[in-house]
Design a protein around this ligand. Structure first.
Ligand code: NAD
Length: 361
């Protein structure tokens, strides 16, 4: 059986790490037909479109994509293509496993967490109003009727959203994920003591849905408390389900526990489509130098194999990755204990080492 998969190289280090990943996935013996499609700032210059319809169409047709990071300008310029892609394809779950592999340079040695981040709502829904614009002033005037003078006229607004529909499906996804992957516990992360309606809805929904999964332990923690606790006792947690913003931030903390951005994979998954991508960004400072760690992207490819139910290939790939990390002599500079190490290898050579191991399995 062969799979048609859309490959979006992205920009910055994206093309390097996606190329390494494509080669590794081809070496698993599974047959892929890669349909290469573009998106982002460079694509805007090339074709006049940030997210060409052809790219979306390809993912809709193939149902599965693997994507490199795409740069988003800060504060001004275009909105995030990553957010647009997730919203256009209704990829409502962002799954970010943070698993420690022996040999990784980390302060911890037994972390195995899965962050399930809501991907469509919250402060990332894109409901924003720039300060001093007519539409912003109109809204502030309306809101003053309920909230009075604590609303200043020169405010900018980003609206935090949570729907019953969106909350139900992400929490259900987290519990189903736990059940399908033999995980013991789901923890809901919230700040419902302050944001009583949005996070309150998230928490109440989680409590309700937890009753449908008596085989999975359930716990609830306030976001600031868990941030501290995760650093002290990461072993206390298993699957975490979080609103969008907390999920974005805490999954980066998770990446920090298991060796940094080069080690943290991810998948954006909806009922119909799935796009796999590393947690890290486009790292423009190190782009084009063949020094970026391809492992986060390759581990995202491993998640894709599991999504395609190619469990045997996924198992072999994970073994090959684990062996290369444990041996430690064919890894990129960020994996070295000594940051000035001279024996680090490049992005493509690290991928070659994994391919070499795969050929022995
Ligand atoms: P970043 O993840 O690109 O970089 C943070 C740090 O981690 C940098 O020091 C970088 O060199 C390092 N790093 C990241 N990936 C690495 C790898 N594979 N190997 C070795 N080191 C690595 O985060 P940032 O600097 O905040 O963002 C840069 C750009 O990426 C921004 O425009 C941001 O919007 C975008 N971004 C895109 C995505 C995405 O496409 N999904 C995700 C996050 C950030």
């Amino acid at each position: 059986m062969s799979y048609n998969v859309t490959l979006i190289p992205g920009d910055g280090i994206g093309p390097e790490v996606t190329e390494a990943t494509r080669r590794v996935l081809d070496a698993t013996g599974i047959e892929f037909n890669w349909e290469v499609k573009n998106a982002g700032g460079e694509e805007l210059e090339r074709s006049g479109s940030l997210l060409p319809e052809g790219t979306l169409e390809s993912v809709r047709r193939n149902k599965v994509a693997i994507k490199g990071p795409i740069t988003t300008p800060i504060g001004k310029g275009f909105r995030s293509i990553n957010v647009a892609l997730r919203q256009s394809l209704d990829l409502y779950s962002c799954v970010r496993p943070c698993k420690f592999y022996k040999g990784v340079n980390s302060r911890y040695d037994s972390v195995d967490l899965v962050f399930v981040r809501e991907n469509m709502e919250d402060l990332y829904a894109g409901v924003e109003y720039r300060e001093n614009q007519p539409e912003t002033k109109r809204l502030i005037t309306e809101m003053k009727k309920d909230f009075g003078s604590k609303l200043r006229d020169d405010m900018a607004l980003s609206i935090k959203t949570a729907s019953a529909y969106g909350t139900r499906r992400i929490v259900k996804y987290a519990f189903d994920y736990a059940r399908d992957n033999n995980r013991r516990k789901v923890t809901v992360v919230h700040k419902a003591n302050i944001m009583k309606f949005t996070d309150g809805l998230f928490l109440d929904t989680a409590r309700e849905i937890a009753k449908e999964y008596p085989d999975i332990e359930f716990s609830e923690v306030i976001v600031d408390a868990i941030t501290m606790h995760l650093v002290q006792y990461p072993e206390d947690y298993d699957v975490l389900v979080l609103p969008n913003l907390y999920g974005d931030i805490l999954s980066d903390l998770g990446a920090g526990l298991i060796g940094g951005p080069g080690m943290a994979p991810g998948g954006n998954i909806g009922d119909e489509f799935a796009v796999f991508e590393a947690t890290h960004g486009s790292a423009p400072q190190i782009a084009g130098q063949n020094i970026a760690n391809p492992l986060a992207m390759i581990l995202s490819g491993l998640m894709m194999l599991r999504h395609l139910r190619e469990f045997d290939a996924a198992k072999r790939l994970e073994k090959a990755i684990a062996a290369v990390i444990e041996e430690g002599n064919k890894v990129t500079i960020d994996m070295k204990h000594d940051r000035n190490a001279h024996d680090a290898v490049g992005t493509q050579e690290a991928a070659d080492a994994i391919i070499g191991k795969l050929q022995l399995l």
